[in-house]
Design a protein around this ligand. Structure first.
Ligand code: FES
Length: 154
C-alpha cells in the first residue's frame, strides 16, 4: 500500500518551523519553497517542505543570503527537498564561506583599528583607502589623480 503524502496548512507549517506565516509567503514568492492550492485556493505544504524551511532558517541564521540558499536548493536533483546528507554538504560549504567572511572582516577591523584616533583619511597612509599601498601596484606618482579614484569595495 502506498503512503499518502501529508500536507500542512500554512499555519501548521509556520508553527512547526517557528516562523510567521508571512515568512512562508515570502519564501514562496522568492521561489524557495512551493505549495499546492486547494479548491478554495488555500496553500498546502508537503511535509518534506518543512525540512526545506528549516534549512532556509538555519542558513539565514549564519548569514547565508536567500540567493545563495536558492542556488543550493536548485542544485538538488529533480528539485527534491534537501535530505540530511544534503544539509551536511550545504552547511560545510557555507561554513567555509563564513570562515572567509570572518577573515575579511578581521582584516577590515584591523584597518579600522589603525584609523581610530587618527582622522587623517590619507590616500597615502590610510589602510581603508589604500590597503597595503595597492595604488603603488599601478605605478609611481599620484595614481588616483592619474587613474581616477579607487573603486569602492562592495
Ligand atoms: S584615518 Fe588615518 S589611517 Fe585611516
Amino acid at each position: 500500500m502506498k503512503n499518502t503524502p501529508r500536507f500542512f496548512t500554512i499555519g501548521e507549517a509556520a508553527k512547526r518551523c517557528g516562523v510567521a506565516t508571512s515568512t512562508l509567503r515570502f519564501y514562496e514568492s522568492k521561489g524557495l519553497i512551493h505549495s499546492i492550492r486547494t479548491h478554495g485556493n488555500q496553500r498546502r505544504f508537503l511535509a518534506a517542505t518543512l525540512r526545506t524551511i528549516s534549512v532556509i532558517r538555519a542558513a539565514q541564521k549564519v548569514g547565508v543570503s536567500l540567493e545563495e540558499i536558492k542556488l543550493a536548493l536548485k542544485a538538488l536533483p529533480d528539485g527534491r527537498q534537501p535530505t540530511q546528507k544534503d544539509w551536511v554538504k550545504m552547511s560545510k560549504k557555507w561554513a567555509d564561506t563564513l570562515d572567509q567572511r570572518i577573515l575579511e572582516l578581521q582584516r577590515l577591523k584591523g584597518n579600522l583599528d589603525s584609523c581610530i584616533g587618527c582622522g587623517c583619511l590619507s590616500l597615502k597612509s590610510c589602510q581603508l583607502f589604500n590597503p597595503n599601498d595597492e595604488a603603488a601596484l599601478n605605478g609611481t606618482g599620484p595614481r588616483y589623480l592619474i587613474d581616477g579614484a579607487p573603486k569602492k569595495q562592495e
